[in-house]
Design a protein around this ligand. Sequence first.
Ligand SMILES: CC(=O)SCCNC(=O)CCNC(=O)[C@H](O)C(C)(C)COP(=O)(O)OP(=O)(O)OC[C@H]1O[C@@H](n2cnc3c(N)ncnc32)[C@H](O)[C@@H]1OP(=O)(O)O
Length: 223
Amino acid sequence: MKRTAIIGAGALGQQLAQHLRQTVGWQVAGFFDDWYATSTGPEPVFGKVADVAAAYAAGRFDNLLIGIGYHHMARRQELFEDLLAAGLPFAQFVHPAAYVDVSAVLAPGVFVSPGCILDLNVRLEANVLLYTGCIVAHDSAIGSHTIMGPGVRLAGRVRIGERCFLGVGTTIIDSRTVVADVRTGGGAVLIHDADASGTYVGVPARRLPAHSIAPESDSLESC
Ligand SMILES: CC(=O)SCCNC(=O)CCNC(=O)[C@H](O)C(C)(C)COP(=O)(O)OP(=O)(O)OC[C@H]1O[C@@H](n2cnc3c(N)ncnc32)[C@H](O)[C@@H]1OP(=O)(O)O
């Protein structure tokens, strides 16, 4: 049994932990968090992010997952890359209630929630997180650190860039490309390429002017 530590003891970290706790062969060792000194779950907060390497050397956990959510995409990437470069091993979690075709390729740090379906030749790059019930059809590829909200649906041959957040229920038709740093609103339907970073909403999706977007929060709290 591998003991997994989670970076981030807030809402997302607790959701990831709950899936691990209920999955045979997985155990939550504890959390690392620069803000929270305690966890709402049964496992301890071992310390801050700066303490991860020492705790690993001391044998307190076997591998890591990132529980930093869509309000902090740059931090999500930075932490993953720094810890990987420091030689920390990342887990790769696929919930037993997900279907993943044997041809799918999943990179380190990937998290696939219950109810997801990944079809033929799907590729998830490093640190991708799929919330519950996402469908990724054949030959689609999702870039590093990207998060897909509940019930996102990608048709075949869709390409998603790095650090994207696809809001709940987003649908993207086949063969479309989404560049890096795109965010979509809940229920957005992309029928064209998203060829500029920014926020896309509606049916069919339109890109919002930059001034109408709320700034990201400072807190690491994020679902
Ligand atoms: C497990 C989990 O919970 S994971 C998290 C899941 N959560 C989500 O998926 C949330 C997705 N977020 C949204 O949909 C948000 O509305 C965002 C990010 C698109 C925009 O949020 P904000 O920056 O606060 O923008 P704001 O609410 O001011 O809306 C800006 C404009 O976009 C429109 N708009 C916002 N969201 C949507 C939407 N989902 N669909 C259609 N139009 C939308 C607004 O009507 C407004 O239009 P206007 O300028 O013509 O009046």
